[in-house]
Design a protein around this ligand. Structure first.
Ligand code: HEC
Ligand code: HEC
Length: 338
């Protein structure tokens, strides 16, 4: 795990007022990266990405034949499902909300509790999970072998490796790496276009980095420190603490990206905050529940209504138009006969 000290976090920790900061210096922390991080054991190739795109949208690798990764991570809903918590096989309600896969290439850990380190490690879990796609992995391989067309696609993407659990995971992971949020008005402002966002949003950004303390955790261009915290939600879920078996980390969850956040309600691992206004109320109070595990960085903020509106106005500038995603055509029996 990499830890970086951002100027933004430092300013927030100093408790500076929004008017006291040098916005230009701060903006350097938020520049978009130029390259997508890759897994050296699974280089990004056009063939692996296209195969992964097909598998991500492939419902036939679920027990019902109806559910794909995209059923829950729906590109039309910013790669989420718009529900408080996910709904899986047989309409089972899951206990956690579906996170977006936008910018997942930058994840240093996956799942709300961080239990999968890489996207490759993550990818097979939901296929086999009884509550999600409910498809035993040996059965998944049988299904893929039986659909003419997949053999060739795997041979092009991973020559000599065949259709295996590993190649399925690698292809899906590589497709996910290409799901990157496009340039938003915020990015245009960071690049120097002063007209790209409103003066209110600029004030909101300054507050985000100072009095409101958000940047202590939502840091960098993707607005996540890739770390885990208890922000004081009402929840029985132990999160990171449950996974690691450390009580001191109970109710710690991964800091989510804030990209496209205005379009991704409801919020949090349990979908407990319906709107951005609710979320701001939670932070302004210093959390809904006080307990030993509550982060020391969560405390009453004394933001007034104008300041809250300015922060929300700023958050809206993080939304990009990601509409040009293309749907894959899946190999079918009919295509094979022609
Ligand atoms: C039934 C709904 C559902 C389906 C189907 C589903 N997911 Fe998920 N996904 C979730 C939920 C809920 C979580 C969070 C679970 C947790 O944190 O314990 C999640 C978490 C993830 C994450 C972690 C994101 C992060 O930021 O930590 C990735 C990546 C992901 N899913 C990819 C996939 C892929 C790939 C597939 C298909 C093979 C898939 N999902 C199928 C609901 C679903
Ligand atoms: C101590 C670290 C920390 C601070 C400070 C912090 N956050 Fe968060 N934020 C998190 C974590 C962790 C979550 C996920 C919590 C959960 O689901 O249990 C989160 C979730 C969110 C979400 C929901 C996103 C989603 O996809 O569901 C929003 C919106 C948000 N924070 C905005 C803010 C704003 C605005 C501020 C400043 C007022 C702020 N945060 C301050 C760590 C922090």
């Amino acid at each position: 795990m990499r830890y970086r000290i951002f100027l933004a976090g430092f300013l927030a920790a100093m408790n500076l007022a929004a008017s006291e900061i040098d916005l230009d210096a701060l903006k350097k922390d938020y520049r978009r990266p130029t390259d997508i991080p890759q897994n050296p054991d699974n280089p990004l190739t056009p063939e692996s990405i296209e195969l992964g795109r097909k598998l991500f949208f492939e419902p036939r690798i679920s027990a019902s034949g109806l559910m794909s990764c995209a059923s829950c991570h729906n590109p039309s809903l910013n790669w989420e499902d718009g529900l408080p918590t996910g709904v899986g096989h047989g309409h089972q309600k899951l206990s956690r909300s579906t996170p977006t896969i936008l910018n997942a290439a930058w994840n240093q850990a996956n799942f709300w509790d961080g239990r999968a380190e890489t996207l490759e490690e993550q990818a097979l879990g939901p296929i086999a999970a009884a509550g999600e796609m409910n498809m035993p992995l040996d059965k998944m391989l049988e299904v893929l072998h039986a659909i003419p067309g997949y053999e060739e696609l795997f041979a092009e993407a991973y020559p000599g490796e065949g259709i295996t659990e590993e190649t399925v995971a690698k292809a899906i992971a590589n497709f996910e790496r290409t799901v990157v949020s496009n340039e938003a008005p915020f990015d245009q402002w960071i690049k120097g276009d002063e007209e790209a966002i409103s003066e209110t949003a600029k004030r909101g950004f300054a507050l985000f980095n100072t009095k409101a303390r958000c940047s202590l955790c939502h840091s960098g261009w993707n607005f996540s420190d890739s770390s885990f915290h208890d922000i004081g939600l009402k929840t029985d879920d132990k999160g990171r603490g449950g996974f690691l078996g450390f009580e001191s980390m109970n109710h710690f969850f991964k800091t989510p990206t804030l990209r496209n956040v205005a379009e991704r309600a409801p919020y949090m691992h349990n979908g407990s905050e319906a709107t951005l206004h609710d979320t701001m109320e939670l932070y302004n109070k210093g959390g809904r529940v006080k307990r030993d595990t509550l982060s020391g960085d969560i405390r009453p903020l004394n933001l007034d209504t104008d300041e809250i509106e300015a922060i929300i106005e700023f958050l809206k500038t993080l939304s990009s138009d990601d509409s040009e995603m293309h749907m894959p055509r899946l190999p079918t029996l009919i295509a094979a006969e022609n």
